[in-house]
Design a protein around this ligand. Structure first.
Ligand code: ADP
Ligand code: MG
Length: 254
């Protein structure tokens, strides 16, 4: 593989005595969509959080676009980056959560504009037109002045996606973006994600939506008990899984 967008090598992470990641290797190519499947508690959220250094891994390393996350290499030693530099690294990575996490006191437009205004200190006359274009892209141009509580869950999650795109990220991480939604609202969010995938955005999506994985993913990863048990094209992992654990999981979610 040419230089991958995301490269995890031998990543370990424990919380106290609980080993949550037990030697994860994962590579994600630029422009590709990787869907991560796996049972609850298998370490999927911890994996995503480790990629943008919201979790500091105990062993192994994570790089994004060739840059080591959280550290700087000096000779053969690693120096931890300062908080400011870690925040700078994170500006290249969008994150969409299950629970939307919008700012309730800001309008939809201000939610999308917030990071470029405050983290990047860019001028409002530059930021607002871009924010409006992003809202248009997720089909919510007419909701710019609404507050999050006035929107449906599906609309709020589409705002969260627009917000995740506001800093023009190299990579967007999704952690079960449709799990908190009423079933009839899932489709509109998946549609936005499908458009994003078609536009060449590099995405890692933790989801139980196997249909989305089949249709949109370039690569499907199955995680179990802190390990990547298998990774391959959707047809391989979903239709001809090599591991019994993958088969057992799929028989429950399909
Ligand atoms: P998944 O997203 O696959 O459901 P998680 O990565 O959220 O799995 O969690 C894996 C395991 O790690 C779970 O047992 C969870 O309770 C535990 N865990 C996750 N975060 C923490 C934390 N900050 N402190 C302690 N335990 C945690
Ligand atoms: Mg999770």
């Amino acid at each position: 593989m040419s230089r991958p967008m995301v490269d995890l090598r031998g990543v370990y992470k424990s919380f106290g005595t609980l080993e949550v990641l037990r030697g994860v290797d994962l590579r994600v190519r630029t422009g590709e969509v990787t869907v991560v499947l796996g049972p609850s508690g298998s370490g999927k959220s911890t994996l995503l959080r480790s990629i943008n250094h919201l979790e500091k891994v105990d062993r192994g390393h994570v790089s994004v676009d060739g840059e080591l996350m959280g550290y700087r290499r000096v000779g053969d030693r690693l120096h931890e980056l300062k908080e400011r530099d870690i925040l700078r690294q994170r500006t290249h990575i969008g994150f969409v959560f299950q629970s939307f996490n919008l700012f309730p006191h800001l309008t939809v437009l201000d939610n999308v504009a917030e990071a470029p205004l405050s983290a990047q200190r860019r001028p409002r006359r530059e930021v607002y037109p871009v924010a409006r274009r992003l809202l248009d892209r997720v089909g919510l141009a007419d909701k710019a002045d609404a507050f999050p509580r006035q929107l449906s869950g599906g609309q709020q999650q589409r705002v969260a996606i627009a917000r995740a795109l506001a800093l023009d990220p190299k990579l967007v991480l999704f952690d079960e973006p449709t799990s908190a939604l009423d079933p009839e609202l899932v489709g509109e969010v998946l549609d936005v994600m499908r458009d994003l995938a078609r536009s060449g955005t590099t995405m890692i999506v933790v989801t139980h939506e196997v249909g989305f994985a089949r249709e949109v993913a370039d690569s499907v990863v199955f995680m179990d008990d802190g390990l990547v048990l298998e990774q391959g094209p959707p047809a391989q992992v979903l239709d001809a899984p090599r591991h019994e654990r993958t088969r057992a999981f799929l028989s429950k979610v399909l």
